[in-house]
Design a protein around this ligand. Structure first.
Ligand SMILES: Cc1cc2nc3c(=O)[nH]c(=O)nc-3n(C[C@H](O)[C@H](O)[C@H](O)COP(=O)(O)OP(=O)(O)OC[C@H]3O[C@@H](n4cnc5c(N)ncnc54)[C@H](O)[C@@H]3O)c2cc1C
Length: 407
């Protein structure tokens, strides 16, 4: 039997996240869409409440309170050896919060995808220093987007410090986070294996903010460009092994994505569920009847299209739940994580635009959030690896090809 009900231990987390999404995110959605680059101060109080709930164990150590902290699971297996741990909790919480507003979720204090990198590869001492802090992730450079192996930012060991030089662009929460996890190469001649991640404090004098981007969507979230100029960090801030091991290639830094891609897929599931729910209400107000028992030819084109979108959404949701469940159960999930990200990113973008179309001028106007969601959702098919890059990764994994053989 397939039982896809929300595990009972996460019901409280999901209902809390939904309440926050409804009462805090939705009510500030339009405000921070229009006031790009202003800090959503309403989130400070919310972050304090979530911290308190985490300390009290009310959020089961995951989910809304530790969006990025998804590497460990700490969950006990049930009678069938089945675990639902922090990956599943984070995913379920994120889906609810992004039903509220994905831009605000991306700028929640003390969250950020940098924490996923820290959780995946940091040692105990580093976890003590960096755990729980707001951490952004800086991989992309002007000449290195999809091809992260082309990174040019360098890290040179001088005494007890690494000295970082280079440029990083499109860093989510780069202006507001406390820490930035910067990818840099120890030796550009040695390719992928020499790329390591370094934790840089946001107030490090060698890290200079160049500018903030103006964007199509997720305008509540800041996107920063930096120059690293003789930026010195203690050598203990390198995450993972300092050794260059050509055989391991990218595996250290890439581990992060197996945890974060299902979460980004979950964000897409949340935004597109919001689109579907509002569209259903507007269709029903307009007198369109959606009848699940009737064959497609026996109902209106609008109802038929709506049902087709819902089933596509369900497929994306199931893939995403599977990828997170595999991470909790320590099963290798690179393939499923990329499948979930590709399917959810594409499906959510498609659904958001079709919902705008189905609702016509109402869907396109600023009187509804549908037009905003259609702008917000696009990024989820772009960052953490674009649609095309996910398909490439899936093909390589299915065909057993290396990145040199299939590019
Ligand atoms: C709002 C926003 C927030 C972001 N946040 C972060 C962040 O926090 N940290 C960070 O490091 N980066 C971040 N990014 C950067 C993002 O991850 C990159 O934009 C993305 O990886 C694509 O890189 P690129 O823009 O250089 O495009 P390119 O790599 O130049 O790609 C351009 C197009 O070519 C396609 N393409 C590229 N290579 C191939 C191939 N081999 N086969 C087929 N098609 C291909 C791509 O899919 C894309 O459609 C963010 C970007 C945005 C817009």
């Amino acid at each position: 039997m397939i039982n896809l009900e929300i595990p009972r231990k996460f019901e409280f987390l999901v209902s809390q996240a939904h309440q926050v999404a409804n009462e805090v995110f939705r009510s500030n959605s339009r405000k921070y869409d229009q006031a790009e680059h202003s800090y959503p101060k309403e989130l400070d109080m919310l972050a304090a409440v979530i911290d308190g709930m985490n300390e009290g164990g009310a959020l089961s150590g995951a989910g809304a309170g530790t969006v990025g902290g998804s590497s460990g699971n700490g969950a006990k297996a049930d009678r069938d050896g089945n675990r639902n741990g922090s990956n599943m909790a984070s995913l379920l919480g994120l889906i609810e919060l992004c039903w509220g507003d994905v831009g605000l979720l991306l700028t929640m204090p003390r969250q950020g995808l940098g924490q996923a990198a820290i959780a995946a590869v940091a040692n105990e001492e580093q976890l003590g220093r960096f755990g729980g802090k707001w951490a952004a992730m800086a991989i992309t450079e002007p000449e290195a987007g999809s091809d992260s192996a082309a990174i040019r930012t360098t890290a040179k060991l001088e005494g007890d410090e690494y000295v970082l030089n280079g440029e990083k662009i499109f860093v989510t929460s780069g202006d507001r986070a406390e820490l930035i996890v910067v990818w840099a190469t120890l030796d550009p001649k040695q390719g992928r294996a020499a790329i390591k991640s370094f934790v840089v404090e946001r107030d490090n004098p060698g890290l200079k903010l160049d500018r903030l981007e103006h964007k199509l969507g997720i305008r509540a979230s800041d996107t920063a460009n930096f120059v690293l100029s003789d930026c010195r960090v203690p050598k203990e801030n390198l995450l993972g092994s300092p050794e260059i091991e050509p055989k391991r290639g990218f595996s250290g830094v890439m581990q992060t994505f197996d945890n974060t891609r299902p979460l980004v897929a979950g964000m897409a599931i949340g935004v597109s569920r919001a689109c579907l729910e509002r569209t259903r209400e507007l269709l029903e107000e307009a007198g369109v009847e959606i009848d699940y028992d009737a064959p497609p030819h026996a109902q209106s084109a609008a109802a038929s299209e709506f049902i087709a979108m819902e089933s596509d959404w369900e497929a994306a949701r199931l893939l995403t739940l599977q990828a997170a469940w595999m991470a909790d159960n320590k099963k290798p999930n690179s393939l499923q994580a990329s499948m979930a990200k590709a399917k959810a990113g594409r499906t959510a973008t498609d659904i958001a635009l079709r919902c705008v179309a189905l609702c016509g001028s109402i869907g396109y106007g600023e009187g509804e959030l549908l037009e905003k969601w259609a702008r917000d959702v696009k990024i989820l098919d772009l960052f953490e690896g674009t649609q095309q890059i996910q398909l490439l990764i899936i093909s390589r994994l299915l065909l057993g090809k290396t990145s040199a053989e299939l590019k």
